[in-house]
Design a protein around this ligand. Sequence first.
Ligand code: GDP
Length: 458
Amino acid sequence: MIQKDTIVAIATPTGVGAIAVLRISGKRAFEVIDYTFETISKKKLKTQKGYTIHFGKITNGSLVLDEVLVSLFKAPQSYTGEDVVEVSCHGSLYIQRELLQLFLAKGCRIAEPGEFTKRAFLNGKIDLSQAEAVADLIATNSAASHKVAMQQMKKGFASDLKALRDELVDLASMVELELDFSEEDIEFADKKELGNLAERISKVLNKLIQSFESGNAMKNGIPIAIMGKPNVGKSTLLNTILNDQKAIVSHIPGTTRDAIEEQVNINGIVMRFIDTAGVRETEDEIEQIGIQRTFQEIERASVILYLFDVSCTEIKSVSKEIKSLKKQFPDKKFILVGNKYDQVDKSTQTNLSSKKKLVLISAKEKTGIELLLEKIGLLVSLLVSEEGTVVSNMRHYEALKNSKEQIVKLQEGLESGLSGDILAIDIRSTLHYLGLITGEVTTDDLLGNIFSNFCIGK
Ligand code: GDP
């Protein structure tokens, strides 16, 4: 599907740099550049091969604007699948602007955000999940998120789903055919085969759905909640971690919540520390609201640091609390942290250090923090070490869950011997949701939504 317009955009970030790159894609890309570009050999670029680079000058009438390098990519061997020209010029804002104006004057239109990638998708160069991975790759800020985006961009999981979807399309047409001959009681679709296929799809979907927790954690950071009674040192610990770690990514003050969230990059993995309001039994209504919010924070955390004050807390009572929390949140990983270690005498210190599962720290004196981070790192690496395909995109996750729901309906329908017309409805819905992931089913709204999040020039 070749688009009519030839588009242009500055592909490098706004500002002055050593060089800047302008990108042109479309049927008239070579023509536009030939109007303005001159090599020493005077050869027209239209006659040159793809994957070649040419040195020369860009002129506007008699005025030489810059000496540039022009890279040529011929359709369909280009990012967009169309003729593409990339002009590397000197990175002055003036030159960038002048070149852009010149290409617009020669018949290009300014590209919309993500339009190059959108064209790559529309021209079948990449599927939708790969296109989305390109945006993710540009947005990566840690080794873990980079790994997920890279993996998805290279192959993704959509190709496996597409193959299964194609099989389902074939069987669906048989079921539909049966409906046309419903009077004659003929069976075209092999129900057993349909059941087996549904089972295979279901397995793949389950695996992908399960991978979301780790995929999402790799992409967006691991949520780690710091909880404990008031005054045990939660805020002090968060500050100590943040001050120790130079690579703070951002600061997200709780706007409507009591929780403060801070992101830290530790060994290539972004960790999102959430400082929760203190938890204790209370009659105070406002405090109860804070506590409820804390439990909501815990719900979205993967790891929970349970902090207590070793100078005034019985280990036994802490163990009891942890036990009940683990019961309440069976999927969460807990780390028991004894703070204010500096406040206890030597014999208590010796006694406490014999407790293997306990991490002892002084948030104020900054002792034991390295060990705590190491322990967190170990737990987190279990979460993100999963090899193979991981789903990290919320849109995919939703579509996968919806597909799974439909497949289960289909399986139940097959088991209870439902008629073809009912089965056909479930199959159509399954095909719809699977197609939303691979991009075989798209709407303008969906594409608009996805590509508007890209930067211009990508
Ligand atoms: P939160 O309510 O759990 O967030 O507790 P804070 O971080 O506000 O700390 C409560 C008090 O305990 C403050 O006065 C801190 O200075 C103090 N504190 C925190 N950590 C330590 C520690 O490791 N040792 C000592 N001696 N005091 C601490």
